[in-house]
Ligand binder design. Structure first.
Ligand SMILES: [Zn+2]
Length: 201
């Protein structure tokens, strides 16, 4: 089992400040969370920097990802090292992810920026719902949980951290080996448990 934060931003997002080297070091030092998906807004640049710094450590896994601003709201694609076009349609992002064997994470579906019930248009065999997001209200996370159940998608946790103090406030326990392929496969197979650690230090 490995604990993975599936949603985190670096300073390569226009609205975030976490440095790539700081992130790699913090993951190495963290007692529980050992994997992170770098999911900057419409860019992979931060991911490449984090992976380079993390190469110094054997105990951490860096998953490529991107949070795409679609016309319906935000959608994350994991396991890809390039990005779809900004303001893509939801359908084209699904096609993009499937063509590259990526996994879609539907972030905070009922919080601001979320795609809401449009999530039901996304095929459940390549998608997961973020049911634990520390910036969403309890009610918004509960609605996300209901969406995951009704669509038969796995529920995952991501901190959506933009700044250092927000890191690791939610994560996902994944029944997988500590490598990107095994983690993505386990998410698709629903071998995951979302953890909300909002009050943890
Ligand atoms: Zn985000």
């Amino acid at each position: 089992m490995i604990c993975v934060d599936v949603h985190l931003h670096t300073r390569f997002s226009f609205d975030a400040s976490i440095g790539p080297k700081f992130l790699a070091d913090a993951l190495h030092q963290h007692p529980v969370v050992k994997g992170v998906a770098v999911t900057d807004h419409n860019t992979l640049e931060g991911f490449f920097h984090v992976r380079r710094f993390a190469a110094a450590y054997e105990d951490v896994v860096i998953i490529p990802g991107v949070e795409v601003s679609t016309v319906r709201g935000d959608v994350i694609v994991l396991g890809v090292e390039e990005k779809p076009a900004h303001w893509s349609s939801l359908e084209s992002v699904v096609d993009f992810a499937r063509a590259r064997s990526g996994v879609i994470v539907i972030p905070h579906p009922f919080r601001g920026g979320g795609i809401g019930d449009a999530a039901k248009k996304i095929p459940s065999d390549i998608a997961a719902v973020e049911v634990a997001n520390p910036d969403a209200s309890d009610d918004e996370n509960r609605k996300a949980e209901t969406l995951a159940k009704s669509t038969n998608m796995p529920g995952v946790g991501g901190s959506d951290a933009h700044h250092i103090y927000q890191m690791w406030k939610a994560y996902t326990q994944v029944e997988a080996e500590p490598n990107v392929d095994s983690i993505l496969k386990a998410i698709k197979q629903k071998s995951v448990t979302a953890v909300l650690a909002r009050d943890a230090r």
